[in-house]
Design a protein around this ligand. Structure first.
Ligand code: PRT
Ligand code: MG
Length: 251
């Protein structure tokens, strides 16, 4: 599929062979045009909160607080930057299809998404935690694994869990959940879970213990690959400002 220019979207380009264009016969196409405005996709909660200092370093101040306002499109002090508020696991999809030029997503979310069509220039070192295997305090995970038992594991992170247990040669039946993984062993749905742990308080409160660390997790800046070229003049300074802020915070 080649380049398409749409009358009401100057300089629009077809990305990755998918088109949602207005009036286009090609229904699955996404358009990334240089309107001069950068759209940044963020999820509310810890990612939004921990992104605020990075935005400040780039001279960007959101006009509303997503915890207080119901707005999903938030203007900033800069006419050329707007923020859209999406579910954490939807951030890579918005950026992949060019509905957002940039976004911030956890490595956990990016691994499940696969990263197609995304440029990942920067580990922002925010929203840090660990992806872990956890079991009820009384469950002898180590013996079960040694004996080659088949384990039922509940998780939101099916892809990451499959790779982890596959590499270890542990037999598992993975059960996909969308939240509150900690409940699964208590309710008898699974013997183990794969979930994110930061303070460890949620595991403790539910009589669970961590038995394996799969990997450390932090959030990454992601950029639509077409926007990186077409909006270079706006995108590059923002990557630079974020990168400098991350370097300063390491010291
Ligand atoms: O909540 P929602 O279902 O909408 O989406 P989400 O859970 O994916 O979003 P959000 O905002 O909760 O998390 C966004 C990102 O923050 C995740 O994708 C991670 O990269 C990162 N992050 C960092 C965490 C945590 N720390 C974390 N502790 N995400 C979730 N948790 C949860 C964890 O799943 C567990 O239920 O917090 C609980 C454990 O916390 P502790 O402190 O008790 O150990
Ligand atoms: Mg959550």
């Amino acid at each position: 599929m080649g380049r398409e220019v749409h009358q009401n979207r100057p300089h629009a380009e077809v990305v990755g062979g998918h088109c949602f264009g207005n009036g286009s016969k090609n229904r699955n196409c996404v358009l990334v045009g240089d309107t001069g405005v950068i759209t940044l996709a963020l999820s509310k909660g810890r990612i939004f909160d921990e992104t605020l200092p990075l935005l400040k370093a780039a001279g960007i101040k959101p006009a509303d607080d997503p915890e207080k306002s119901r707005k999903l499109v938030i203007a900033t002090n800069r006419a050329d930057v707007k923020i859209i508020i999406v579910r954490a696991s939807d951030v890579p999809t918005y950026v992949q299809y060019g509905a957002a030029d940039m976004g911030i997503a956890g490595k956990d979310v990016l691994l499940e998404h696969g990263g197609d069509g995304l440029y990942q220039p920067l580990d922002l070192r925010i929203a840090r935690c660990r992806m872990m295997v956890a079991v009820p305090n009384e469950f002898d995970y180590e013996s079960a694994v040694r004996q080659g038992a088949r384990l039922r594991v509940a998780t939101k992170y099916v892809k990451t869990a499959r790779e982890h247990f596959g590499a270890k040669g542990v037999h598992v039946d993975l059960i996909k959940l969308y939240g509150s993984m900690e409940l699964a062993p208590l309710a008898g749905l699974a013997e183990a879970i794969v979930d994110l742990v930061s303070s460890g308080n949620t595991l403790k409160a539910n009589n669970l213990r961590p038995v394996e660390e799969i990997m450390p997790i932090s959030s990454r800046l992601i950029v639509n690959q077409a926007a990186l070229k077409l909006k270079r003049n706006s995108v590059q300074p923002m990557i630079g400002a974020f990168s400098a802020a991350v370097a300063r915070s390491k010291k």
